[in-house]
Design a protein around this ligand. Structure first.
Ligand code: G1P
Length: 292
């Protein structure tokens, strides 16, 4: 009988090289690309915290120090803002240093998402945990991670978030083959990393939120390099399926893929349109551009 444990730890893999955004990612992490005035990874940490996570480990690598600096306290800057009576800005800065303590571990070589996740094994230990990819923002009143936690607490099993993706884009995702047990919930039969449109078992792609039982670490250890000669998390999930059920949940909310150039631009526009100080002028600008 598997013991049910609540989930309070999360891993945020942020070690990827960000090649799609070169040259800017030559000297800055892709997770630090700004969505107006907050970096992408801020929203990811915010989602984890809003879901009840109180212990976060970020997997970093070379050139990712800016992430650590961002989540650190900045006493001199805070003091200066206080002296200048810039209270609103100070409040926003303090929100960052009030996040729970974040731990960091480095992936020494870019061996893929699966290998990055394995770096968190010692910190996670023998308990279920959440994974939030550092370049996917998912916006919803009930955070996506909290939605997955609700599924976990029903089945005490791993669960991943999925959404329909256009057929021509299945080659960018882990694609599931699943049995619907409820309109938005599937039991996964298989999962394939980045298949071609012809070989894809469906059009339901894994997006950047997962809950795993700790057995995923053993599966990662026995996973050989796959697509791109990297250790793929998807391949480890394929192994996990042999002995453990894994569910897929069509989450509620809007996912922004900031790791893709167009996705990044759309994210900025959408977030700016939600900002009362920017909305009117941005709308006027956009109308002028598209002549409507
Ligand atoms: C990774 C995973 C893939 C998943 C995707 C979601 O791919 O390997 O299974 O569908 O994230 O964003 P990447 O985007 O790192 O190539």
């Amino acid at each position: 009988m598997i013991k049910k444990q609540s989930i309070h730890k999360a891993v945020i893999p942020a070690a990827g090289l960000g090649t799609r955004f070169l040259p800017v990612t030559k000297s800055m992490p892709k997770e630090m690309l700004p969505i107006i005035d907050k970096p992408v990874i801020h929203y990811v940490v915010e989602e984890a915290v809003a879901s009840g996570i109180d212990d976060i480990i970020i997997i970093t690598g070379r050139g990712k120090r800016a992430i650590e600096d961002y989540f650190d306290a900045a006493p001199e800057l805070e003091m200066w803002l206080k002296d200048q009576h810039k209270d609103a800005t100070l409040k926003r800065l303090r929100e960052i240093s009030n996040f729970p303590t974040i731990h960091y571990v480095r992936q020494k070589e870019p061996n893929g998402l699966g290998d990055a996740l394995l770096r968190a094994e010692n910190h996670i230990g023998n308990e279920p945990f959440a994974v939030l990819l550092g370049d996917d923002i998912i916006s919803n009143a009930k955070p996506c991670t909290a939605q997955l936690m609700a599924v976990y607490s029903r089945f005490t099993s791993s669960v991943i978030s999925i959404e329909h993706v256009p057929r021509e884009k299945v080659c960018n995702y882990g694609i599931i083959k699943g049995n619907a047990i409820e309109p938005d919930l599937f039991r996964i039969e298989d999962i394939v990393e980045k298949p071609t449109p012809e070989t894809a078992p469906s059009d339901m792609g894994a997006v950047g939120r997962y809950i795993f039982v700790p057995e995923i670490f053993d599966c990662l250890k026995s996973t050989d390099p796959g697509v791109g000669n990297e250790i793929q998390l998807t391949d480890a999930i394929h192994h996990l399926l042999k002995d453990h059920p894994v569910y897929a949940y069509k989450f509620e909310g809007k996912r922004y893929d900031t790791g893709d150039k167009l996705g990044y631009i759309e994210t900025i526009i959408d977030f700016a349109l939600r900002d009362e100080n920017l909305k009117q002028e941005l709308m006027a600008f956009l109308r002028k551009k598209v002549h409507i």
